[in-house]
Design a protein around this ligand. Structure first.
Ligand code: GSH
Length: 204
């Protein structure tokens, strides 16, 4: 498999899951700051993923799969013994999908104004207020468990990445006030897979 990524982006979640899987994989960076987005080897990224965004995963049969939530489940399903996702069709799997959808729509995308240089401070503060309500909920959910499903799953990779954006140099906020989220981040950073993926993206 080959993952197209941009350092520290949502693609890091799939990268961590790949590292957790123990399967062989390659990675190639995509420069999202140039128009058109261009890969490290000089390809216009839309020729690989017509949607133009990361993550994109080239499967071993050459097919391209996109959408982070799907990639996390795809990687997990390649290695059932690693228990990166509950078995398909079980209520536990739907709980994981519930988390993936929550992280995607309520956390990941809610950051948008905070990334945009043209957004007003009012819009940024409103986005942070909305995120803060979601963090309150997550903080309560993580009060009696180490990971979203209790045991570690690929959903945690996605939560880790989206929470890591809070104190990014552009966003300049902090999740320090949410102690269970801070503890979760610390726990995740101790995982070998997280360190491996972050090193491979030049983040450590
Ligand atoms: N729906 C996609 C969204 C992916 C996404 O937002 N990717 C961002 C990085 S975190 C990106 O590549 N943005 C560049 C662009 O859209 O041009 C998914 O969930 O995988």
């Amino acid at each position: 498999m080959k993952l197209y990524f941009s350092p520290g982006s949502c693609a890091l979640a799939t990268h961590i899951a790949l590292a957790e899987s123990g399967l062989p994989y390659e990675i190639e960076a995509v420069n999202l700051r140039v128009d058109p987005h261009t890969t490290a080897s000089g390809a216009v990224f839309t020729t690989i993923n017509p949607k133009g965004y990361v993550p994109a995963l080239v499967l071993d049969n050459g097919e391209i799969l996109t959408e982070g939530q799907v990639l996390l489940q795809y990687v997990a399903d390649q290695v059932p013994d690693k228990k990166l996702a509950p078995a398909a069709g079980t209520i536990a799997r739907y709980r994981m999908m519930e988390w993936l959808s929550f992280i995607s729509t309520e956390i990941h995308k809610a950051y948008k104004p905070l990334w945009m240089p043209t957004a007003s401070m009012e819009a940024k503060d409103a986005a942070w207020a909305q995120l803060s309500r979601r963090f309150d909920y997550l903080n309560r959910e993580l009060s009696d468990k180490d990971y979203l499903l209790g045991a570690f799953s690929a959903a945690d990779c996605y939560l880790f990445v989206t929470l890591s954006w809070a104190d990014n140099a552009v966003i300049k906020r902090s999740i320090d006030g949410w102690t269970n989220l801070s503890a979760f981040m610390k726990r995740m950073k101790e995982r070998a897979s997280v360190r491996k993926a972050m090193k491979e993206e030049g983040l450590l």
